[in-house]
Write a protein that binds this ligand. Structure first.
Ligand code: SD4
Length: 337
């Protein structure tokens, strides 16, 4: 089924949230799917480092991260600067500047970052600051806290030199105004060709960091915060084991503490692919799971540089830059009916 039809056909969840996906750029051909499944399941104990993976189709972001890693930079700088590419990209209507607003027309950002020592920082409901991931890093490095919210987060950013700006672009405003007429205030997950960016990197020293940044569900209720800035849900890094990051309907990720779950499953011996699949199965196998009506996807990497990705529905993808190749890899998925 084509992505647009899938979204159209998906009846909404009880809170009226439609399927989240970054699907327009995805190939429809069975051969692509086959390649994807194969790639996702491939294990390679000798993965050359450095390596970077990210949710969705974000080759410019992974290219930036790899540039830093190749120059000997650390994984933390790589994931921050990689994510910043998408935050600054006004055409990406799910991240940073140009992100689709909440139902009241306010663009509110969630982001987090985590380093090789297990330090982490996050911002929720941040307004008027494009580079939420960098504010999250400042929270991690320059405060005794893990998370700052709303006005406090913005004020903190301003004191650190971030310039406030209007994040609602004409295109996103127009889309919001159109949505108000057609969708009767039911929030929908972003349907652009890339969504929330979650990025994981391993540098030349073998150290892992991760970051995640988003404007969250388009047309969400004012004040709504998703999984993306919640450490353990949207992102988790354990430098001994590996890391994972999530995309899709954040409420479902939070309920299963998804990224922490993926890392813990890897700790117990599962491959990144198996761990992502198990984390998705925890969602879809819940009694009365409404999974047909929403999307969740995970990507993961272990300490050896083996990667995995899995989602509930078709069309999720991971961008991977390793050994000179920067490519989009279609993800295997649960719902084959
Ligand atoms: C959220 N997980 O706010 C984010 C949205 C997302 O692809 O990932 N969209 O729930």
């Amino acid at each position: 089924m084509k992505r647009r039809n899938f979204i159209k056909n998906a009846s909404l969840t009880s809170v009226g949230i439609a399927v989240g996906s970054s699907l327009l750029n995805c190939a429809d051909t069975p051969s692509e799917e086959k390649k994807t499944a194969t790639a996702a399941l491939t294990t390679n104990a000798k993965t050359p480092l450095p390596l970077v993976i990210a949710t969705w189709h974000v080759i410019d972001a992974t290219a930036k991260a790899m540039e830093i890693l190749q120059a000997g930079g650390n994984a933390l700088d790589a994931v921050e600067q990689g994510c910043m590419i998408e935050e600054a990209n006004e055409k990406g209507q799910s991240v940073g500047k140009g992100g689709l607003p909440d139902r009241d027309g306010n663009v509110t950002l969630d982001a987090c970052i985590m380093d090789k020592h297990g330090n982490c920082g996050s911002v929720v409901y941040l307004q008027d600051i494009t580079h939420a991931v960098s504010v999250a890093r400042k929270v991690m490095e320059e405060t005794p806290h893990v998370m700052l919210a709303g006005e406090g987060a913005k004020q903190f950013a301003v004191t650190k030199g971030f310039k406030p700006e209007d994040l609602l672009t004409d295109a996103s405003k127009e889309a919001w105004e159109k949505w108000k007429i057609e969708s009767k205030y039911k929030p929908i997950i972003n349907i652009e060709n890339h969504d929330t960016i979650g990025m994981l990197a391993i540098d030349k020293n073998g150290d892992i960091s991760g970051a995640c940044t988003t404007s969250g569900l388009a047309y969400k209720m004012g004040g709504r915060v998703g999984d993306s800035p919640i450490i353990g849900s949207g992102l988790f890094v354990d430098n001994e084991i590996g890391a994972a990051v999530a995309t899709g309907l954040g409420e479902e990720v939070v309920k299963t503490v998804g990224s922490f779950l993926v890392v813990e499953l890897m700790r117990q011996g599962k491959s990144p692919q198996e761990a992502c699949e198990e984390a998705i199965s925890r969602i879809v196998n819940k009694p009365n799971s409404n999974y047909k009506n929403f999307q969740v996807g995970y990507i993961a990497v272990n300490k050896q540089g083996v990667t995995g990705s899995y989602s509930i529905h078709q069309w999720f993808s991971m961008t991977k830059f390793n050994d000179g190749v920067n490519e989009q890899i279609q993800s295997d998925y649960f719902n084959k009916t």
